[in-house]
Ligand binder design. Structure first.
Ligand code: FAD
Length: 182
């Protein structure tokens, strides 16, 4: 059902795609919006266990859309270096497709809010975090997107560089095993 990447050589290994999701500070959520218009909205989020979590006010355009249609898409860009002299951009990005649901179970909500708190305020004390979670819990909606399909892609130049590095590493390994050097 999900499409293959046409330029498959530019596809990132899954662990790299996951790393981008883990390290990104924001992503863009795409939903089926109003009157046939898609709605793409930037959000802070955290990724854990094949799930993207975010929190938001309990009304608005994106929540109305999610409540009508649970299937969504989420995109994170990790690298966007414009190289004017080459008329190109060195990029890395991931795109996830999945299903969104509002969390109602208190333990699940608190776990997601704790993950968000740890990501965005890693130096806060446990007490500070617990206070923030309890305050938030009373007033926010927490959404979990279970990821069903995830791909990462990098620009052609980064992909060529990666393949060169991999083949140099392979050659190095082959040479060292040939000479008995480890
Ligand atoms: C880096 C970043 C991180 C963010 N993190 C969060 C987060 O974790 N949680 C959260 O709830 N929100 C976050 N926001 C704000 C978010 O983008 C939305 O503005 C907010 O969630 C309200 O969305 P809504 O659909 O309920 O807005 P509504 O007010 O219902 O949207 C109505 C209309 O307002 C316009 N609009 C809404 N948001 C934006 C926007 N960001 N830019 C331009 N036009 C807009 C659109 O035309 C939309 O159709 C973040 C924004 C940025 C840029």
């Amino acid at each position: 059902m999900f499409r293959e990447m046409r330029r498959y050589r530019q596809r990132l290994p899954e662990n790299e795609a996951i790393r981008i999701l883990e390290q990104g500070s924001s992503g863009v959520l795409a939903v089926l919006g109003d009157s046939g218009y898609p709605y793409a909205v930037p959000l802070s989020y955290v990724y854990a266990d094949h799930t993207i979590y975010f929190h938001c006010a309990d009304s608005g355009h994106k929540l109305d859309a999610l409540r009508r249609h649970e299937q969504v898409c989420f995109c994170v860009i990790s690298c966007d270096n414009v190289v004017p002299q080459e008329y190109t951009t060195y990029y890395r990005s991931v795109i996830a497709f999945g299903r969104a649901r509002e969390l109602t179970d208190t333990a699940e909500r608190h776990r997601a809010l704790r993950l968000l708190a740890c990501k965005y305020h890693p130096t806060d004390s446990e007490e500070g975090r617990t206070r923030a979670i309890e305050t938030d819990d009373a007033r926010v909606c927490v959404v979990a997107i279970s990821v069903e399909h995830l791909t990462g892609k990098e620009g052609r130049e980064l992909s060529l560089r990666r393949r060169k590095q991999m083949s140099a590493a392979d050659t190095g390994e082959a040479e060292s095993s040939h000479t008995g050097v480890t």
